[in-house]
Design a protein around this ligand. Structure first.
Ligand code: GTP
Length: 596
Protein backbone atom coordinates (compact mmCIF):
# COMPACT_ATOMS: atom_id res chain seq x y z
CA UNK A 1 0.00 0.00 0.00
CA UNK A 2 1.04 3.56 -0.68
CA UNK A 3 2.80 5.01 2.38
CA UNK A 4 0.39 7.94 2.53
CA UNK A 5 -2.35 5.43 3.38
CA UNK A 6 -0.43 3.76 6.21
CA UNK A 7 -0.65 4.78 9.88
CA UNK A 8 1.66 3.26 12.49
CA UNK A 9 0.68 4.11 16.04
CA UNK A 10 0.75 2.98 19.65
CA UNK A 11 -1.84 3.39 22.34
CA UNK A 12 -0.31 4.65 25.57
CA UNK A 13 -2.04 5.07 28.92
CA UNK A 14 -1.87 4.53 32.64
CA UNK A 15 -2.62 0.98 33.79
CA UNK A 16 -6.30 -0.02 33.43
CA UNK A 17 -7.25 3.10 31.51
CA UNK A 18 -8.58 0.87 28.72
CA UNK A 19 -5.87 0.33 26.07
CA UNK A 20 -6.64 -3.32 25.45
CA UNK A 21 -10.38 -2.63 25.33
CA UNK A 22 -9.86 0.13 22.75
CA UNK A 23 -7.52 -2.11 20.77
CA UNK A 24 -10.21 -4.81 20.67
CA UNK A 25 -12.83 -2.32 19.58
CA UNK A 26 -10.62 -1.02 16.75
CA UNK A 27 -9.93 -4.58 15.53
CA UNK A 28 -13.64 -5.29 15.63
CA UNK A 29 -14.69 -2.12 13.80
CA UNK A 30 -12.12 -2.76 11.08
CA UNK A 31 -13.31 -6.38 10.82
CA UNK A 32 -9.86 -7.64 11.78
CA UNK A 33 -11.52 -9.89 14.33
CA UNK A 34 -15.10 -10.80 15.13
CA UNK A 35 -16.96 -9.62 18.20
CA UNK A 36 -16.92 -13.16 19.59
CA UNK A 37 -13.12 -13.29 19.32
CA UNK A 38 -12.75 -9.96 21.02
CA UNK A 39 -14.84 -11.17 23.98
CA UNK A 40 -11.88 -13.41 24.69
CA UNK A 41 -9.66 -10.28 24.78
CA UNK A 42 -7.57 -11.43 21.93
CA UNK A 43 -4.57 -9.28 22.65
CA UNK A 44 -4.10 -10.17 26.29
CA UNK A 45 -3.78 -13.82 25.40
CA UNK A 46 -1.09 -14.91 27.82
CA UNK A 47 -2.56 -16.73 30.80
CA UNK A 48 -0.81 -14.38 33.24
CA UNK A 49 -2.28 -11.39 31.44
CA UNK A 50 -5.76 -12.77 31.87
CA UNK A 51 -5.13 -13.59 35.53
CA UNK A 52 -3.96 -10.10 36.37
CA UNK A 53 -6.06 -8.31 33.74
CA UNK A 54 -3.02 -6.44 32.50
CA UNK A 55 -0.91 -6.40 29.34
CA UNK A 56 2.63 -7.64 29.84
CA UNK A 57 3.98 -7.84 26.33
CA UNK A 58 3.45 -5.42 23.45
CA UNK A 59 1.67 -6.77 20.42
CA UNK A 60 1.28 -5.58 16.88
CA UNK A 61 -1.75 -5.89 14.64
CA UNK A 62 -2.48 -4.74 11.08
CA UNK A 63 -6.01 -3.51 10.40
CA UNK A 64 -7.68 -2.42 7.13
CA UNK A 65 -9.89 0.63 7.37
CA UNK A 66 -12.07 2.29 4.72
CA UNK A 67 -12.61 5.88 5.82
CA UNK A 68 -15.71 8.05 5.37
CA UNK A 69 -14.39 9.23 1.97
CA UNK A 70 -14.07 5.64 0.73
CA UNK A 71 -10.26 5.60 0.89
CA UNK A 72 -8.56 2.41 2.12
CA UNK A 73 -5.98 2.61 4.89
CA UNK A 74 -3.65 0.25 6.66
CA UNK A 75 -3.42 0.74 10.42
CA UNK A 76 -0.58 -0.95 12.29
CA UNK A 77 -1.11 -0.52 15.95
CA UNK A 78 1.00 -1.68 18.81
CA UNK A 79 -0.67 -2.36 22.14
CA UNK A 80 1.65 -1.49 25.02
CA UNK A 81 1.78 -2.57 28.68
CA UNK A 82 0.81 -0.07 31.37
CA UNK A 83 2.42 -1.43 34.55
CA UNK A 84 5.37 0.61 35.75
CA UNK A 85 7.63 -2.48 35.53
CA UNK A 86 7.11 -2.72 31.79
CA UNK A 87 8.03 0.78 30.65
CA UNK A 88 10.78 -0.75 28.58
CA UNK A 89 8.22 -2.42 26.32
CA UNK A 90 6.57 0.96 25.82
CA UNK A 91 9.78 2.60 24.63
CA UNK A 92 10.30 -0.24 22.13
CA UNK A 93 6.80 0.19 20.71
CA UNK A 94 7.21 3.93 20.34
CA UNK A 95 10.37 3.55 18.28
CA UNK A 96 8.32 1.73 15.65
CA UNK A 97 5.44 4.25 15.62
CA UNK A 98 4.76 7.60 13.96
CA UNK A 99 2.05 8.69 16.35
CA UNK A 100 0.30 7.77 19.60
CA UNK A 101 -3.17 7.74 21.06
CA UNK A 102 -2.85 9.03 24.63
CA UNK A 103 -5.77 7.41 26.41
CA UNK A 104 -7.00 8.84 29.74
CA UNK A 105 -9.66 7.28 31.96
CA UNK A 106 -12.24 9.99 32.74
CA UNK A 107 -13.00 8.46 36.13
CA UNK A 108 -9.39 8.87 37.25
CA UNK A 109 -7.94 11.66 35.13
CA UNK A 110 -4.24 11.94 34.39
CA UNK A 111 -2.06 9.57 36.44
CA UNK A 112 1.69 9.08 36.85
CA UNK A 113 2.06 6.62 33.95
CA UNK A 114 0.01 8.91 31.71
CA UNK A 115 2.61 11.60 32.27
CA UNK A 116 5.59 9.21 32.04
CA UNK A 117 4.36 7.70 28.75
CA UNK A 118 3.45 11.13 27.39
CA UNK A 119 7.06 12.22 27.99
CA UNK A 120 8.41 9.11 26.24
CA UNK A 121 6.25 9.97 23.22
CA UNK A 122 7.44 13.59 23.20
CA UNK A 123 11.08 12.43 23.40
CA UNK A 124 10.46 10.07 20.49
CA UNK A 125 9.14 13.06 18.51
CA UNK A 126 5.72 11.49 17.93
CA UNK A 127 2.44 13.18 17.13
CA UNK A 128 0.14 12.76 20.14
CA UNK A 129 -3.64 12.40 19.90
CA UNK A 130 -5.35 12.76 23.30
CA UNK A 131 -8.51 10.68 23.87
CA UNK A 132 -10.72 10.58 26.96
CA UNK A 133 -12.10 7.10 27.73
CA UNK A 134 -14.88 5.65 29.91
CA UNK A 135 -17.25 8.57 29.34
CA UNK A 136 -20.12 6.08 29.80
CA UNK A 137 -19.24 5.69 33.48
CA UNK A 138 -21.38 7.59 36.01
CA UNK A 139 -18.11 8.62 37.69
CA UNK A 140 -16.64 10.16 34.54
CA UNK A 141 -15.20 13.63 35.12
CA UNK A 142 -14.86 14.78 31.56
CA UNK A 143 -14.37 18.50 32.30
CA UNK A 144 -11.62 17.85 34.81
CA UNK A 145 -9.82 15.38 32.54
CA UNK A 146 -9.98 17.83 29.60
CA UNK A 147 -8.54 20.56 31.80
CA UNK A 148 -5.70 18.26 32.94
CA UNK A 149 -4.85 17.38 29.34
CA UNK A 150 -4.69 21.06 28.38
CA UNK A 151 -2.34 21.70 31.27
CA UNK A 152 -0.18 18.72 30.31
CA UNK A 153 0.32 19.99 26.77
CA UNK A 154 -0.53 23.52 25.73
CA UNK A 155 -0.68 22.45 22.08
CA UNK A 156 -3.77 20.27 22.68
CA UNK A 157 -6.99 21.93 21.70
CA UNK A 158 -10.10 21.30 23.81
CA UNK A 159 -12.37 21.01 20.75
CA UNK A 160 -10.41 18.16 19.20
CA UNK A 161 -9.99 15.98 22.31
CA UNK A 162 -12.18 12.97 21.55
CA UNK A 163 -14.50 11.52 24.19
CA UNK A 164 -15.17 7.82 23.90
CA UNK A 165 -16.28 4.66 25.60
CA UNK A 166 -14.00 1.86 24.48
CA UNK A 167 -16.41 -0.47 26.22
CA UNK A 168 -19.61 0.45 24.37
CA UNK A 169 -17.91 1.65 21.19
CA UNK A 170 -19.33 5.17 21.57
CA UNK A 171 -17.06 7.69 19.80
CA UNK A 172 -14.63 5.05 18.51
CA UNK A 173 -15.55 5.72 14.87
CA UNK A 174 -14.33 9.30 15.38
CA UNK A 175 -11.04 7.88 16.66
CA UNK A 176 -10.60 5.88 13.44
CA UNK A 177 -11.25 9.01 11.36
CA UNK A 178 -8.83 11.03 13.51
CA UNK A 179 -6.13 8.39 13.02
CA UNK A 180 -6.49 8.99 9.26
CA UNK A 181 -6.69 12.76 9.49
CA UNK A 182 -4.38 13.77 12.30
CA UNK A 183 -1.69 11.12 12.68
CA UNK A 184 1.19 11.35 10.19
CA UNK A 185 1.93 8.82 7.44
CA UNK A 186 5.40 7.25 7.33
CA UNK A 187 7.81 8.92 4.91
CA UNK A 188 10.57 6.40 4.19
CA UNK A 189 12.26 6.00 0.80
CA UNK A 190 11.34 2.71 -0.86
CA UNK A 191 14.25 3.02 -3.34
CA UNK A 192 16.98 3.20 -0.70
CA UNK A 193 18.74 0.10 0.70
CA UNK A 194 16.75 -1.81 3.32
CA UNK A 195 16.72 -0.25 6.79
CA UNK A 196 14.48 -2.14 9.22
CA UNK A 197 14.21 -1.55 12.97
CA UNK A 198 13.96 -4.71 15.11
CA UNK A 199 11.56 -3.67 17.89
CA UNK A 200 10.73 -7.10 19.28
CA UNK A 201 11.57 -10.75 18.76
CA UNK A 202 10.31 -14.20 19.54
CA UNK A 203 11.72 -17.67 19.20
CA UNK A 204 10.18 -20.50 17.23
CA UNK A 205 11.80 -23.90 17.55
CA UNK A 206 11.32 -24.61 13.83
CA UNK A 207 11.82 -21.19 12.31
CA UNK A 208 14.41 -19.74 14.69
CA UNK A 209 14.24 -16.08 15.73
CA UNK A 210 11.33 -14.12 14.27
CA UNK A 211 12.02 -10.39 14.41
CA UNK A 212 9.21 -7.83 14.60
CA UNK A 213 10.29 -5.00 12.33
CA UNK A 214 9.36 -1.55 11.22
CA UNK A 215 10.63 -0.94 7.67
CA UNK A 216 12.09 2.56 7.63
CA UNK A 217 13.52 2.57 4.07
CA UNK A 218 13.68 0.08 1.21
CA UNK A 219 11.80 -3.21 0.93
CA UNK A 220 12.27 -6.88 1.79
CA UNK A 221 11.03 -10.19 0.36
CA UNK A 222 11.64 -13.79 1.39
CA UNK A 223 14.97 -15.51 0.57
CA UNK A 224 17.14 -12.41 0.56
CA UNK A 225 20.66 -12.06 1.89
CA UNK A 226 20.33 -9.82 4.91
CA UNK A 227 22.53 -8.47 7.69
CA UNK A 228 21.97 -7.64 11.36
CA UNK A 229 24.23 -4.64 11.74
CA UNK A 230 25.12 -4.67 15.48
CA UNK A 231 26.59 -8.19 15.42
CA UNK A 232 27.42 -8.27 11.69
CA UNK A 233 25.33 -11.45 11.54
CA UNK A 234 24.48 -12.48 7.99
CA UNK A 235 21.43 -14.61 7.23
CA UNK A 236 18.99 -15.52 4.47
CA UNK A 237 15.45 -14.82 5.59
CA UNK A 238 12.88 -17.54 5.13
CA UNK A 239 9.73 -15.50 5.16
CA UNK A 240 8.25 -12.02 5.66
CA UNK A 241 4.75 -11.24 6.86
CA UNK A 242 2.30 -9.21 8.90
CA UNK A 243 0.38 -9.62 12.17
CA UNK A 244 -3.35 -10.07 11.67
CA UNK A 245 -2.93 -10.54 14.80
CA UNK A 246 -1.80 -14.10 13.90
CA UNK A 247 1.28 -14.14 11.64
CA UNK A 248 0.43 -14.19 7.95
CA UNK A 249 3.13 -14.48 5.28
CA UNK A 250 3.16 -11.76 2.58
CA UNK A 251 5.14 -11.26 -0.63
CA UNK A 252 7.01 -8.28 0.70
CA UNK A 253 7.30 -5.55 3.29
CA UNK A 254 8.12 -2.03 2.11
CA UNK A 255 9.04 1.34 3.65
CA UNK A 256 6.39 2.31 6.22
CA UNK A 257 5.24 -1.26 6.88
CA UNK A 258 5.26 -3.04 10.22
CA UNK A 259 5.57 -6.84 10.18
CA UNK A 260 7.96 -9.69 10.81
CA UNK A 261 11.03 -11.28 9.25
CA UNK A 262 11.75 -14.99 9.86
CA UNK A 263 15.53 -14.89 10.26
CA UNK A 264 16.16 -18.62 10.62
CA UNK A 265 18.83 -17.69 13.18
CA UNK A 266 19.00 -20.26 15.98
CA UNK A 267 21.12 -18.24 18.40
CA UNK A 268 18.74 -15.68 19.90
CA UNK A 269 21.61 -13.57 21.26
CA UNK A 270 22.48 -12.51 17.72
CA UNK A 271 19.16 -10.73 17.27
CA UNK A 272 19.22 -7.68 19.49
CA UNK A 273 16.16 -5.53 20.05
CA UNK A 274 16.91 -2.10 18.59
CA UNK A 275 19.24 -3.48 15.92
CA UNK A 276 18.98 -2.58 12.22
CA UNK A 277 18.46 -5.18 9.47
CA UNK A 278 19.84 -4.25 6.03
CA UNK A 279 20.94 -5.89 2.74
CA UNK A 280 24.28 -7.73 2.73
CA UNK A 281 25.32 -6.46 -0.70
CA UNK A 282 23.95 -2.94 -0.60
CA UNK A 283 23.89 -2.06 3.12
CA UNK A 284 22.50 1.21 4.37
CA UNK A 285 25.31 3.60 5.28
CA UNK A 286 23.97 4.37 8.73
CA UNK A 287 22.26 2.03 11.22
CA UNK A 288 19.34 3.33 13.28
CA UNK A 289 20.28 4.72 16.70
CA UNK A 290 18.74 1.69 18.48
CA UNK A 291 18.04 1.94 22.17
CA UNK A 292 19.49 1.11 25.53
CA UNK A 293 19.14 -2.54 26.59
CA UNK A 294 16.74 -3.13 29.47
CA UNK A 295 18.32 -2.62 32.86
CA UNK A 296 17.33 -5.10 35.57
CA UNK A 297 16.19 -3.41 38.77
CA UNK A 298 16.03 -6.40 41.11
CA UNK A 299 17.72 -9.77 41.25
CA UNK A 300 16.63 -13.06 42.82
CA UNK A 301 17.78 -16.66 42.79
CA UNK A 302 15.57 -19.09 40.88
CA UNK A 303 15.79 -22.75 41.95
CA UNK A 304 13.91 -25.85 40.83
CA UNK A 305 11.38 -27.60 43.03
CA UNK A 306 11.71 -30.57 40.67
CA UNK A 307 14.11 -31.32 37.85
CA UNK A 308 16.86 -28.74 37.24
CA UNK A 309 17.17 -29.42 33.49
CA UNK A 310 13.46 -28.99 32.91
CA UNK A 311 13.54 -25.67 34.71
CA UNK A 312 16.59 -24.56 32.76
CA UNK A 313 14.91 -25.37 29.44
CA UNK A 314 11.75 -23.54 30.39
CA UNK A 315 13.65 -20.48 31.61
CA UNK A 316 15.73 -20.31 28.44
CA UNK A 317 12.59 -20.49 26.35
CA UNK A 318 10.95 -17.72 28.36
CA UNK A 319 14.03 -15.52 28.04
CA UNK A 320 13.82 -15.78 24.25
CA UNK A 321 10.44 -14.09 24.38
CA UNK A 322 11.28 -11.66 27.11
CA UNK A 323 14.46 -9.81 26.29
CA UNK A 324 14.34 -7.96 29.62
CA UNK A 325 14.77 -11.16 31.65
CA UNK A 326 18.44 -11.80 32.46
CA UNK A 327 19.75 -15.19 33.58
CA UNK A 328 23.13 -16.25 34.97
CA UNK A 329 23.73 -19.77 36.38
CA UNK A 330 24.54 -19.96 40.11
CA UNK A 331 24.85 -22.63 42.76
CA UNK A 332 23.61 -22.45 46.34
CA UNK A 333 24.74 -24.75 49.17
CA UNK A 334 21.19 -24.97 50.41
CA UNK A 335 19.33 -25.21 47.10
CA UNK A 336 21.80 -26.66 44.60
CA UNK A 337 22.15 -25.42 41.01
CA UNK A 338 19.88 -22.61 39.83
CA UNK A 339 19.97 -19.18 38.24
CA UNK A 340 20.35 -15.58 39.30
CA UNK A 341 17.56 -13.75 37.49
CA UNK A 342 17.56 -10.02 36.74
CA UNK A 343 14.08 -8.49 36.60
CA UNK A 344 12.51 -5.13 35.77
CA UNK A 345 10.70 -5.18 39.10
CA UNK A 346 8.87 -7.42 41.54
CA UNK A 347 5.80 -7.65 39.36
CA UNK A 348 7.99 -8.87 36.52
CA UNK A 349 9.43 -11.55 38.85
CA UNK A 350 5.93 -12.63 39.80
CA UNK A 351 4.93 -12.80 36.12
CA UNK A 352 7.93 -15.03 35.32
CA UNK A 353 7.03 -17.41 38.16
CA UNK A 354 3.47 -17.64 36.92
CA UNK A 355 4.44 -18.11 33.28
CA UNK A 356 6.75 -20.98 34.26
CA UNK A 357 3.80 -22.60 35.98
CA UNK A 358 1.12 -21.85 33.35
CA UNK A 359 3.13 -22.43 30.20
CA UNK A 360 5.57 -25.13 31.31
CA UNK A 361 3.98 -26.68 34.42
CA UNK A 362 7.11 -25.89 36.43
CA UNK A 363 7.16 -24.61 40.00
CA UNK A 364 10.25 -22.79 41.21
CA UNK A 365 11.63 -21.37 44.43
CA UNK A 366 12.64 -17.72 44.22
CA UNK A 367 14.87 -16.23 46.90
CA UNK A 368 14.26 -12.82 48.44
CA UNK A 369 14.91 -10.14 45.80
CA UNK A 370 17.76 -7.67 46.13
CA UNK A 371 19.25 -4.71 44.27
CA UNK A 372 22.83 -4.24 43.02
CA UNK A 373 25.39 -2.76 45.42
CA UNK A 374 28.72 -1.15 44.56
CA UNK A 375 31.22 -2.21 47.18
CA UNK A 376 34.53 -0.35 47.60
CA UNK A 377 37.10 -2.59 49.28
CA UNK A 378 39.84 -1.36 51.60
CA UNK A 379 43.18 -0.75 49.84
CA UNK A 380 41.79 -1.81 46.49
CA UNK A 381 41.15 0.50 43.58
CA UNK A 382 38.44 -1.50 41.80
CA UNK A 383 34.80 -1.50 42.81
CA UNK A 384 32.85 -4.75 43.22
CA UNK A 385 29.39 -4.90 41.73
CA UNK A 386 27.35 -7.26 43.88
CA UNK A 387 23.99 -8.53 42.72
CA UNK A 388 23.94 -11.60 44.96
CA UNK A 389 23.97 -11.11 48.75
CA UNK A 390 26.16 -14.20 49.19
CA UNK A 391 28.92 -12.40 47.34
CA UNK A 392 28.68 -9.36 49.60
CA UNK A 393 32.16 -9.20 51.23
CA UNK A 394 32.85 -9.46 54.96
CA UNK A 395 32.56 -6.15 56.78
CA UNK A 396 36.26 -6.04 57.71
CA UNK A 397 37.17 -5.77 54.02
CA UNK A 398 34.72 -3.01 53.15
CA UNK A 399 35.67 0.65 52.83
CA UNK A 400 32.22 1.84 51.77
CA UNK A 401 29.10 0.73 49.91
CA UNK A 402 26.94 2.57 47.39
CA UNK A 403 23.35 1.66 46.63
CA UNK A 404 21.20 2.49 43.58
CA UNK A 405 18.78 5.41 43.87
CA UNK A 406 15.64 6.23 41.95
CA UNK A 407 13.83 9.43 41.18
CA UNK A 408 10.25 8.66 42.14
CA UNK A 409 7.40 10.82 40.91
CA UNK A 410 4.24 10.21 42.91
CA UNK A 411 0.97 11.68 41.74
CA UNK A 412 -1.78 11.92 44.34
CA UNK A 413 -4.72 14.07 45.33
CA UNK A 414 -4.82 16.57 48.19
CA UNK A 415 -6.76 14.37 50.57
CA UNK A 416 -4.13 11.63 50.58
CA UNK A 417 -1.11 13.93 50.48
CA UNK A 418 -0.01 13.65 54.10
CA UNK A 419 -0.39 9.85 54.20
CA UNK A 420 1.66 9.55 51.00
CA UNK A 421 4.41 11.86 52.29
CA UNK A 422 4.58 9.91 55.53
CA UNK A 423 5.01 6.65 53.61
CA UNK A 424 7.75 8.13 51.41
CA UNK A 425 9.47 9.35 54.56
CA UNK A 426 9.32 5.89 56.17
CA UNK A 427 10.97 4.51 53.04
CA UNK A 428 13.92 6.90 53.30
CA UNK A 429 12.60 9.23 50.60
CA UNK A 430 14.48 12.50 50.25
CA UNK A 431 12.00 15.20 49.28
CA UNK A 432 13.02 16.98 46.07
CA UNK A 433 10.05 18.88 44.73
CA UNK A 434 6.29 19.35 44.81
CA UNK A 435 4.16 20.70 41.98
CA UNK A 436 0.66 20.60 40.58
CA UNK A 437 -0.55 18.46 37.75
CA UNK A 438 -4.08 19.80 37.27
CA UNK A 439 -6.00 19.04 40.44
CA UNK A 440 -3.37 16.48 41.45
CA UNK A 441 -0.19 17.00 43.40
CA UNK A 442 3.05 15.72 41.90
CA UNK A 443 5.70 14.83 44.48
CA UNK A 444 9.29 14.14 43.52
CA UNK A 445 11.52 12.11 45.82
CA UNK A 446 14.92 10.57 45.65
CA UNK A 447 14.74 7.12 47.24
CA UNK A 448 16.91 4.02 47.56
CA UNK A 449 15.80 1.53 44.92
CA UNK A 450 15.72 -1.17 47.61
CA UNK A 451 13.02 0.78 49.44
CA UNK A 452 10.81 1.09 46.41
CA UNK A 453 11.48 -2.13 44.53
CA UNK A 454 9.58 -4.57 46.72
CA UNK A 455 6.13 -3.62 47.82
CA UNK A 456 6.20 0.18 48.02
CA UNK A 457 3.76 0.37 45.12
CA UNK A 458 1.18 -1.76 46.93
CA UNK A 459 1.59 0.21 50.13
CA UNK A 460 1.20 3.44 48.18
CA UNK A 461 -2.03 2.16 46.67
CA UNK A 462 -3.24 1.17 50.09
CA UNK A 463 -2.49 4.40 52.00
CA UNK A 464 -3.95 6.49 49.17
CA UNK A 465 -7.06 4.31 48.76
CA UNK A 466 -5.97 3.50 45.23
CA UNK A 467 -5.57 7.10 44.07
CA UNK A 468 -1.82 7.64 44.08
CA UNK A 469 0.34 6.49 41.20
CA UNK A 470 4.05 6.13 40.74
CA UNK A 471 6.67 6.47 38.05
CA UNK A 472 10.36 5.85 38.64
CA UNK A 473 13.67 6.30 36.84
CA UNK A 474 17.12 5.21 38.01
CA UNK A 475 19.08 8.09 39.49
CA UNK A 476 22.66 6.98 40.08
CA UNK A 477 24.30 5.52 43.19
CA UNK A 478 24.66 6.98 46.66
CA UNK A 479 26.65 6.13 49.78
CA UNK A 480 24.68 3.76 52.01
CA UNK A 481 25.10 2.23 55.45
CA UNK A 482 24.11 -1.33 54.65
CA UNK A 483 25.03 -4.66 56.24
CA UNK A 484 24.93 -8.30 55.22
CA UNK A 485 22.63 -10.42 57.34
CA UNK A 486 23.49 -14.12 57.53
CA UNK A 487 20.84 -16.51 58.70
CA UNK A 488 21.88 -19.63 60.61
CA UNK A 489 19.63 -22.53 61.34
CA UNK A 490 20.96 -25.03 63.82
CA UNK A 491 24.31 -23.15 63.77
CA UNK A 492 24.85 -23.62 60.03
CA UNK A 493 24.60 -20.69 57.64
CA UNK A 494 21.84 -21.07 55.05
CA UNK A 495 23.34 -19.20 52.11
CA UNK A 496 20.08 -18.85 50.21
CA UNK A 497 18.63 -16.79 53.09
CA UNK A 498 21.44 -14.21 53.22
CA UNK A 499 20.26 -10.65 52.52
CA UNK A 500 21.56 -7.10 52.60
CA UNK A 501 19.70 -4.32 54.39
CA UNK A 502 20.13 -0.85 55.89
CA UNK A 503 21.90 -1.03 59.26
CA UNK A 504 19.14 0.90 61.01
CA UNK A 505 16.50 -1.56 59.78
CA UNK A 506 18.45 -4.71 60.66
CA UNK A 507 17.40 -5.16 64.33
CA UNK A 508 13.65 -4.92 63.71
CA UNK A 509 13.76 -6.89 60.44
CA UNK A 510 15.77 -9.76 61.87
CA UNK A 511 13.56 -9.93 64.96
CA UNK A 512 10.53 -10.37 62.71
CA UNK A 513 12.39 -12.74 60.44
CA UNK A 514 13.48 -15.26 63.07
CA UNK A 515 9.97 -15.15 64.49
CA UNK A 516 8.58 -16.05 61.07
CA UNK A 517 11.20 -18.76 60.57
CA UNK A 518 9.92 -20.37 63.76
CA UNK A 519 6.66 -21.06 61.96
CA UNK A 520 7.84 -21.64 58.38
CA UNK A 521 10.90 -23.89 58.68
CA UNK A 522 9.76 -27.53 58.77
CA UNK A 523 10.42 -28.89 62.28
CA UNK A 524 12.84 -31.65 63.20
CA UNK A 525 12.87 -34.16 66.05
CA UNK A 526 15.16 -31.84 68.00
CA UNK A 527 14.99 -28.09 68.68
CA UNK A 528 16.90 -25.88 66.23
CA UNK A 529 17.99 -22.34 66.94
CA UNK A 530 17.40 -19.85 64.10
CA UNK A 531 19.60 -16.80 64.37
CA UNK A 532 20.51 -13.72 62.38
CA UNK A 533 24.14 -12.67 62.37
CA UNK A 534 25.43 -9.21 61.44
CA UNK A 535 29.15 -8.44 61.44
CA UNK A 536 29.90 -11.53 63.53
CA UNK A 537 27.27 -10.80 66.18
CA UNK A 538 24.00 -12.63 66.70
CA UNK A 539 21.37 -9.90 66.73
CA UNK A 540 18.22 -12.02 66.79
CA UNK A 541 17.49 -15.57 67.82
CA UNK A 542 14.62 -17.93 68.30
CA UNK A 543 14.35 -21.67 68.87
CA UNK A 544 12.41 -23.67 66.36
CA UNK A 545 10.61 -26.19 68.58
CA UNK A 546 11.07 -29.92 67.97
CA UNK A 547 8.52 -32.02 66.16
CA UNK A 548 8.21 -34.39 69.11
CA UNK A 549 8.93 -33.99 72.76
CA UNK A 550 12.49 -33.20 73.79
CA UNK A 551 14.05 -36.04 75.77
CA UNK A 552 16.15 -33.74 77.94
CA UNK A 553 13.09 -31.82 79.03
CA UNK A 554 10.33 -34.36 78.82
CA UNK A 555 12.27 -37.55 79.34
CA UNK A 556 10.84 -38.28 82.77
CA UNK A 557 7.95 -40.17 81.28
CA UNK A 558 10.33 -42.63 79.66
CA UNK A 559 12.47 -45.40 81.09
CA UNK A 560 16.13 -44.53 81.69
CA UNK A 561 17.38 -46.56 78.73
CA UNK A 562 14.80 -45.02 76.36
CA UNK A 563 15.72 -41.54 77.61
CA UNK A 564 19.40 -42.21 76.97
CA UNK A 565 18.68 -43.48 73.48
CA UNK A 566 16.67 -40.31 72.72
CA UNK A 567 19.43 -38.08 74.07
CA UNK A 568 22.00 -39.93 71.99
CA UNK A 569 19.97 -39.44 68.86
CA UNK A 570 19.50 -35.75 69.56
CA UNK A 571 23.21 -35.16 70.03
CA UNK A 572 24.07 -37.03 66.84
CA UNK A 573 21.64 -34.79 65.00
CA UNK A 574 23.32 -31.76 66.53
CA UNK A 575 26.80 -32.85 65.54
CA UNK A 576 25.74 -33.52 61.98
CA UNK A 577 24.36 -30.06 61.48
CA UNK A 578 27.58 -28.41 60.30
CA UNK A 579 26.26 -27.92 56.82
CA UNK A 580 22.65 -26.97 56.89
CA UNK A 581 20.27 -29.43 55.32
CA UNK A 582 17.00 -27.85 56.34
CA UNK A 583 14.22 -27.85 53.81
CA UNK A 584 13.36 -24.40 52.53
CA UNK A 585 9.80 -23.96 51.35
CA UNK A 586 8.88 -20.82 49.36
CA UNK A 587 7.17 -19.38 52.47
CA UNK A 588 10.59 -19.03 54.10
CA UNK A 589 11.80 -16.72 51.32
CA UNK A 590 8.53 -14.85 51.32
CA UNK A 591 9.07 -14.10 54.98
CA UNK A 592 12.20 -12.13 54.07
CA UNK A 593 10.34 -10.19 51.38
CA UNK A 594 7.52 -9.36 53.77
CA UNK A 595 9.97 -7.50 55.97
CA UNK A 596 10.62 -4.74 53.52
P1 GTP B 1 -3.27 -2.77 31.03
O1 GTP B 1 -3.16 -3.65 29.84
O2 GTP B 1 -3.15 -3.52 32.28
O3 GTP B 1 -2.39 -1.60 30.99
O4 GTP B 1 -4.78 -2.25 31.08
P2 GTP B 1 -5.56 -1.60 29.90
O5 GTP B 1 -5.24 -0.15 29.87
O6 GTP B 1 -5.37 -2.38 28.66
O7 GTP B 1 -7.04 -1.70 30.41
P3 GTP B 1 -8.19 -2.68 29.93
O8 GTP B 1 -8.54 -2.46 28.52
O9 GTP B 1 -7.85 -4.06 30.37
O10 GTP B 1 -9.38 -2.09 30.80
C1 GTP B 1 -9.35 -2.01 32.21
C2 GTP B 1 -10.77 -2.07 32.78
O11 GTP B 1 -11.53 -0.93 32.38
C3 GTP B 1 -11.55 -3.28 32.28
O12 GTP B 1 -12.31 -3.78 33.35
C4 GTP B 1 -12.46 -2.70 31.20
O13 GTP B 1 -13.65 -3.43 31.05
C5 GTP B 1 -12.72 -1.31 31.74
N1 GTP B 1 -13.02 -0.37 30.66
C6 GTP B 1 -12.28 -0.16 29.54
N2 GTP B 1 -12.86 0.79 28.77
C7 GTP B 1 -13.98 1.18 29.40
C8 GTP B 1 -15.00 2.13 29.10
O14 GTP B 1 -15.03 2.81 28.08
N3 GTP B 1 -16.00 2.28 30.02
C9 GTP B 1 -16.03 1.56 31.17
N4 GTP B 1 -17.04 1.78 32.00
N5 GTP B 1 -15.09 0.65 31.48
C10 GTP B 1 -14.07 0.46 30.61
Amino acid sequence: MNQSNIRNFSIIAHIDHGKSTLADRIMEMTNTITERESKAQLLDDMQVEQNHGVTVKSRTVRNRYRDDNGQDYEFNFIDTPGHVDFNYEVAKSLAASDGVILLVDATQGIQAQTVANYRLAVEAGLKIMPVINKVDSPNAQIEMTTQQLLELDASFDAESILQISAKTGQGVHAVLEAIVNSLPAPNGDINKPLKALVFDSEYDSFKGVIASVRIIDGQVKADQELLLMANSAAFTNKEVGIFTPAKAATKQLAAGDVGYIVTGIKDPHLVRIGDTITNQNTPTDEPLPGYEPAQPMVYAGIYPQGDYNEMKDALNKLALNDSSLQLVPEVSDALGPGFRGGFLGIFHLQIIRERLKDEFGIEVLTTAPNVTYRVHLKNQPNVLTVDNPIQFPDFEQIEMVEEPMVKAIITTNDAELSAVMKLADQHKGIFVDMGNQGSLVELTYQMPLSEIAYDFFNKLKSVSHGYASLSTTLDGYKLADVVRVDVQINYARVDALTFVTHRTDAPEQTKQLVHKLKYTIPRRLYPMPAQAVVEGRVIARVDIPPLRKNAAVNGNQYSVSKKQALLRRQSINKRQAVKSDVELPQSVFNSILDLN
